[in-house]
Design a protein around this ligand. Structure first.
Ligand SMILES: [Zn+2]
Length: 410
């Protein structure tokens, strides 16, 4: 493995979207040639080889932009395997909660953990993503649900970010669930946390879960307005379990993205299209929970850009593969391979504020590049395994290599 941020990735078939903003059409660019990298940035893409001494021989393999995961619940500790078994035996969420499962069991584990515990667990998880070709990830708080433990999670995210090659983007999700003090009192508490997060610059994004059993539309709207007035960028969890109109409201209130959207209505989709809000779809969670999939085709037809995320968390989805995610997007959401590919690269990068830096292979962008051993991107949904990843470059440095032959062709 080469260890330099100055190198040439030679003889690859580059497949990428272009630009810095989310796109709806599926125009991908393909170019066979060499990528020259200086100080971690792409400086040229050319048919000519340069005199570079450090070389990665691509041998005709595909070079794609590193995948971006705009929605995970890292960091957390512990598992919820009992809950998984209860659900697979037909238990409803209310029964699971009664038996001590659900989000509050993770909240309990996180409250009992130190920052170090969270960092260790988080670093392990982001490494799994790295080996799957994910070079930028969003991480959220949301399992503390009080001042001390929410801030503890954000501090853990900062340390994870300093100890992994990947770009990590933190989101404050103190509004993940309502603790026993009730919604009104907790929103006041959340505003106090937001002021602190702002002062210490622990996150630029704020998220809230507005759905059945979580925050009300009124409470969530008040909170989103407050967060916006403080200069935060807003993301929301909406329309996962029921349709309450909040996806449309949040997009009118200036949310960058609305996430989940399995139960989304046409009126909400129209608001999102009007406001250019990105729909972050999480088909791995729908699949894991045997729930409905989001109406992706309707969104695309109405002009809503789509990003794909994993929603990786211990309760409702433990899959983290962008390959499997793209498979589901193609097979269950009706997206084309190109649409799903763009949704997991450029559009996802834009959602977490990285559209200028990564998400495409273009001169001037960071060299976050993944080499996969397939003839074209249709093979990503066709054979959705992380084993296709042969090498991962972050900031031009090769951080993972897999020499096993997993090619379909030979
Ligand atoms: Zn989520």
């Amino acid at each position: 493995m080469t260890n330099s941020a100055n190198l040439e990735i030679r003889d690859v078939k580059i497949v990428t979207a272009t630009g810095t903003s989310p796109v709806i059409d599926c125009a991908l660019k393909t170019f066979i040639g060499n990528i020259k990298i200086v100080d971690g940035k792409i400086v040229s893409i050319s048919g000519e080889r340069s005199a570079s001494k450090d070389v990665f021989e691509g041998a005709g393999m595909l070079a794609i932009p590193g995948f971006v995961d705009p929605h995970t619940h890292i960091p957390f500790v512990g598992d919820r395997v009992k809950e998984f078994l209860m659900r697979s035996n037909g238990a409803k969420y209310a029964e699971i909660l009664k038996a001590g499962g659900g989000i509050y069991s993770t909240v309990d584990s996180v409250r009992k953990s130190s920052v170090d515990d969270l960092v260790m667990s988080g670093l392990k998880h982001v490494k799994w993503f790295l080996k799957s070709g994910v070079t930028a990830i969003e991480c959220k708080s949301g399992y503390g649900l009080d001042f001390e433990n929410e801030i503890k999670q954000l501090e853990a995210i900062k340390l994870i970010s300093e100890n992994t090659p990947q770009k990590i983007v933190p989101t404050f999700l103190g509004a993940h669930a309502i603790p026993s003090m009730g919604e009104k009192a907790y929103i006041d508490e959340l505003k106090r946390m937001l002021d602190f997060v702002k002062e210490k610059n622990l996150a630029q994004f704020v998220d809230i879960f507005c759905d059945e059993g979580a925050f009300s539309v009124e409470g969530a709207s008040e909170y989103v307005n407050y967060a916006r007035s403080k200069g935060f960028k807003v993301r929301v969890h909406a329309d996962e379990l029921s349709s309450n109109g909040f996806a449309g409201i949040a997009s009118d209130l200036g949310a960058v993205s609305v996430d989940h959207l399995a139960m989304c209505s046409k009126a909400e989709i129209e608001s999102m299209a009007q406001n250019k809000t990105v729909a972050v779809l999480l088909p791995l969670t729908s699949f894991y929970l045997k729930n409905a999939f989001a109406p992706a085709r309707m969104m695309l037809n109405e002009g809503v850009p789509i990003a794909l995320g994993s929603d990786f968390n211990p309760g409702s989805n433990t899959f983290y593969s962008p390959f499997l995610n793209i498979h589901l997007a193609v097979n269950y959401l009706g997206m084309t391979p190109a649409e799903a590919f763009i949704a997991h690269t450029l559009n996802a990068a834009y959602v977490i504020g990285l559209g200028q830096e990564c998400g495409t292979i273009e001169v001037g962008k960071r060299a976050d590049i993944v080499i996969i051993d397939v003839p074209d991107i249709n093979y990503i949904p066709y054979m959705p395994t992380n084993e296709l990843v042969k090498a991962v470059f972050v900031n031009g440095v090769e951080v993972f290599e897999n020499r096993d032959n997993f090619s379909w062709q030979n």
